[in-house]
Design a protein around this ligand. Structure first.
Ligand SMILES: *[C@@H]1O[C@H](CO)[C@@H](O)[C@H](O)[C@H]1NC(C)=O
Ligand SMILES: *[C@@H]1O[C@H](CO)[C@@H](O)[C@H](O)[C@H]1NC(C)=O
Ligand SMILES: *[C@@H]1O[C@H](CO)[C@@H](O)[C@H](O)[C@H]1NC(C)=O
Ligand SMILES: *[C@@H]1O[C@H](CO)[C@@H](O)[C@H](O)[C@H]1NC(C)=O
Length: 305
């Protein structure tokens, strides 16, 4: 989680993925759509409690991917399609080509789903698997996590934010704009926040998104897919995110992005896209987890016979 890091350091570090509070928000939204059985089953597997709730569990993966912890999980947070050329309006995904060695977010979701479904696995592996799934559905819906263009936008820099363009010496990159700057501005959050502030912000954002989904009686089931057998559903979600790179994130190409203050019109155009992605991630994560828990429950009934 990004807490009191100085801004310069924060910007110099490769971006993490939706800000800690973005991931927490996805977790809180999903919980609202869990069946009570899903809520109870996952709560028990993770060992949720008021000090470590579903939001914290959804943000966990970013706390273990660097340094000496579980660095091999780094590549699990994204897919980098090689054919992406947004400057020429080409956004395209080919699983065979773009997930070499099955070392990408799509394969990670499938593998961790298998581990969670395998009751013979040890409880730590299944706990981690659950928390990875809570996290990766968030990343999967962040367009820059599904783009091969310049390392998912990490190398599109310096971009200007609240600063006249161009901004030589600026330290921000496009990836971080989507992870953090847009959601933080949307929710009126300052650059630096404590863990406690992020949690409060996430609970509120989840509540607002859920209320909006209900009030607009959005057909939130549209596009929801929970066939656990192959990567089809997950690939479709990834491809949908990837298309947003061409339609939104790099709509007018890199040169445009580098020559505008992104906190102005660009922010206005994309703030609701970000909110929609966070909302969809929560709904789809819940559908996936509900499907997993149905399979687990059926297995248990078989064992009881
Ligand atoms: C889900 O589980 C959490 C504990 O992990 C609990 O606080 C919450 O009330 C439960 N929600 C529902 C709808 O059962
Ligand atoms: C995807 O990439 C593989 C490997 O390069 C290639 O054989 C296949 O034809 C590609 N599929 C499509 C739909 O382009
Ligand atoms: C998924 O599992 C396959 C088969 O065991 C393995 O080759 C691959 O590296 C795994 N990928 C991830 C991201 O876990
Ligand atoms: C699970 O995550 C913990 C860190 O929280 C790590 O120490 C452990 O090795 C992981 N185990 C597996 C099987 O992923």
């Amino acid at each position: 989680m990004l807490k009191s890091l100085p801004l310069a350091l924060l910007a110099a570090t490769p971006a993490l993925s939706w800000d800690g509070f973005g991931h927490q928000t996805v977790g809180y939204i999903a919980q609202k759509y869990f069946t009570s059985e899903t809520n109870a089953t996952l709560g028990a597997i993770i060992g949720l409690n008021p000090e470590f709730d579903i939001g914290d569990a959804a943000a966990w993966a970013d706390t273990v991917r660097d340094g000496a912890n579980l660095p091999w999980s780094k590549n699990w947070h994204f897919i980098n399609p090689k054919g992406d050329d947004p400057n020429n309006h080409i956004c395209t995904m080919n699983y065979t080509l773009d997930c070499p060695g099955s070392n990408c977010i799509v394969a990670a979701i499938m593998n961790q789903t298998s581990i969670l479904l395998d009751t013979a696995r040890d409880s730590i592996a299944r706990r981690n698997a659950t928390m990875w799934l809570l996290h990766f559905f968030g990343d999967l819906h962040q367009p820059m996590h599904t783009s091969g263009y310049k390392l998912g936008g990490n190398a599109v820099r310096p971009v200007c934010w609240d600063q006249a363009a161009p901004c030589p010496g600026g330290t921000r990159n496009l990836h971080a704009i989507w992870d953090s700057a847009i959601p933080r501005k949307l929710r009126g959050m300052p650059e630096e926040t404590t863990d406690a502030e992020e949690k409060i912000a996430a609970i509120q954002w989840a509540g607002d998104i859920f209320a909006k989904q209900q009030a607009e009686s959005l057909d939130i089931a549209t596009g929801v897919c929970s066939d656990l057998h192959g990567p089809g559903c997950v690939l479709a979600y990834a491809a949908e995110s990837n298309r947003l790179v061409c339609s939104n994130a790099l709509k007018d190409g890199e040169a445009w992005v580098l020559s505008h203050d992104l906190s102005k019109g660009y922010y206005e155009e994309n703030a609701m896209v970000v909110e929609d992605r966070v909302g969809k991630a929560g709904v789809r994560l819940a559908a996936w987890m509900n499907a997993v828990v149905r399979v687990l429950a059926a297995k248990e009934r078989e064992e009881d016979l």
